[in-house]
Design a protein around this ligand. Structure first.
Ligand code: ADP
Ligand code: MG
Length: 248
């Protein structure tokens, strides 16, 4: 069963066609990778899924609900969470507080700072946040300020902040960008583990090792167009993909 359907999506920026009739179907429970050279339109496409951008034409349907025209907040409420290319965390708060915020914000219907002030007595919220920190391997740093984390740990924290929302669909824009090989492998393991919860994931990724370790299906984007789509083994040998990467 598919969870996300993208049909004929187009998006231009003052004459530049960033997305050109993009079609995509994401199956529930899958890891769907979107790969392609720099400037291919990958982030633009993701931004159209989360309401940061509105497609010029075309439809994006999540679980039967149209996402086009909805605000990022509304899209988050229907179960879509996103890990950004640059981590968006609260540097002056502890890790535990960071992971409590999404739950409190959702419950109170107000975002962030006024919500986290209500931390007192929120045992269930604290416990859930603690479990998530454990899951991403940051339990020992729960009382440390998020500012002080390494880049890899910041991304792990952000992932915990997404998972705490129990999303149905998780979008990851280059989750291993700038990471060492060891951190990259730890992230692959982590994403595999959270895969066991049945959360559908769309992953934009440059690192082919990551893509082929995780993806059930791959869509290849080049100059705003999906030039190939299929299982990892089919994509690996596809001459159109190699041409796109070699600057053909
Ligand atoms: P990718 O994530 O695949 O590297 P992007 O989606 O970021 O590619 O960009 C696709 C194209 O759209 C690029 O040519 C980029 O310069 C352009 N672009 C992206 N965002 C904007 C924007 N907000 N304004 C103008 N051009 C943009
Ligand atoms: Mg990008």
């Amino acid at each position: 069963m598919s969870i996300l359907q993208v049909q004929n999506v187009n998006k231009s920026f003052s004459g530049l066609r960033a997305l050109n009739n993009v079609n995509l179907t994401v199956e529930e429970g899958h890891v769907h990778a979107i790969i392609g050279p720099n400037g291919a339109g990958k982030s633009t496409l993701l931004n159209c899924f989360v309401g940061r951008l509105t497609p010029d034409t075309g439809t994006v349907t999540f679980n039967g609900t149209s996402l086009v025209g909805k605000s990022p907040h509304e899209i988050n409420q229907v179960g879509v969470a996103r890990v950004f290319q640059t981590p968006e965390i609260f540097g002056d708060l502890t890790l535990l507080e960071n992971v409590m915020i999404p739950t409190l914000a959702k419950r109170d219907g107000a975002f962030a700072l006024n919500a986290w002030a209500r931390v007192d007595g929120e045992r269930a919220v604290i416990e859930k946040a603690e479990h998530l920190l454990e899951d991403v391997g940051l339990a020992d740093k729960r009382d440390v300020l998020a500012n002080s984390l390494s880049r890899g740990d910041k991304r792990r924290l952000e992932l915990a902040m997404c998972l705490v929302q129990d999303p149905k669909l998780l979008l990851l824009d280059e989750p291993t960008a700038g990471m060492s090989r060891a951190d990259t492998n730890a992230t692959i393991d982590l994403l595999k583990r959270i895969g066991e919860r049945g959360i559908t994931k769309i992953v934009i990724e440059h690192d082919m090792h990551v893509v082929f370790s995780l993806a059930h299906k791959i869509s290849v984007l080049a100059q705003g167009t999906v030039i190939a789509e299929g299982k990892p083994d089919d994509i690996k040998g596809d001459p159109r993909v190699q041409e796109a990467y070699l600057g053909g």
